[in-house]
Write a protein that binds this ligand. Sequence first.
Ligand code: KL2
Length: 468
Amino acid sequence: MSLFEFRVMSYNILAQDLVEQGLDLYLHCHPDILNWNYRLPNILQEIQHWDPDVLCLQEVQENHYWEQLEPTFRMMGFACFYKRRTGRKTDGCAVCYKHSKFQLISVSPIEYFRPGLDILNRDNVGLVLLLQPLLPEGLDLKMVSPLCVANTHVLYNPRRGDVKLAQMALLLAEIDKIAKTTEGSYYPVILCGDLNSVPDSPLYKFIRNGQLSYHGMPAWKVSGQEDFSQQLHPRKLLAPLWPSSLGVTDNCQYVSLCPSKKLDRRKYSRDFLLQFHFCNVACERPPQLILLEGVTDAKPDRPARRPKHAAVVNDPDPQPFFPRSSGVIQHGLNLTSVYSHFLPQRRRPEVTTMPMGLGATVDYIFYSAEPVENGNRGGRRLYQDGALKLLGRLSLLSEDVLLMANGLPNPFCSSDHLCLLASFGLEISSLREELKQNSVSGQERRLDHMLKMVEIEVFVNPWSIVSR
Ligand code: KL2
């Protein structure tokens, strides 16, 4: 099986305006290394060195993007897309791809801010691209599937897990729309971002296991960033998490796209329709009505407690009706993490950022995989690679190592986050291979399947630093 190989980098490059607004977060740093003119060439050099084909950046300051980053990336062979946050903060997300490797199919910027909705009152954003991998000349593009790339920077506030979940739900709904094939399955998805949530937090589990029962959960618990269990009256998550007026189901799908039939038939609530049950018009027999004995000859009786003239009020909830589950959200993308969040040889957690000298993972590259049947260990799904294969990744570091370098940023790493880098292979189908597959016996196929599982163990080696 031949593979279309490419590398993906996710990197929160620390917006300069945020450095200057939060200088007390960087007291451990020499002021010179916080200077943008010092940081920019270091960050560019790092990107150039690892040479990704897809680059997902967070905390990209708008003026730096247009004046410095985009022109440089363009010279490096990237096509670039940018989405600034709504509101007053000056940074946003960028997704860039090598135009020698991919062709753009579509791009969707997403604003999570929705006026009037408390749960979506923050200015974070995301970007979702659909890319067509380009094959060597002579090969039909149809032999390789389009790839969906999403990038986001979720709200920081450790107390507002409710907002973080709603932001993720909007991003997942957009991915669902962009990555869904005409047959209802999904193109491979790569989801990068700073999710401001730690591994095995409820938000992380929601992405990885496709399901979260949230009803009654304190909002601060969602991200696992900090412990607010001493707080007297914590904000709790109540079902439904977001109102139906958002047009997103509890399965994180846009209502207009979800498979349930004839949604537009249920435009009015039951209470609203009941008002008309015995209204005057309903009790009046149309004069031209042909009477059928035993069917239309009885005059409907108005129950005594129903007034003759029902005061018809406007429907308070005229939104399209769709069923909401009680306190559970789900999504249909099968996503697993490139990183395992643990460095077995050091027996320490991986770290992607070091706020105030404390190491944490909040940055991720998730990718589409196949859930292993009956591979559910205590609610945690097991995955194996499908059409998209993880070939390697750049090792992260542990907190103790970063502390020896004086935390982040330091003279070598010019952001308060480390970059994440993964190398993938996307299956290129060929007629010959399809024929071969169809001729192998069931026994051989099972063996082939087992071999694949073993290979994954080798691939998911945290020390497999990508090198080419
Ligand atoms: O955690 V971050 O840093 O992904 O590296 O995302 C946010 C935080 C970023 C954008 O909002 O600014 C940082 N204390 C510490 N850091 C903060 C705070 C805060 N109160 N607010 C924002 N950030």
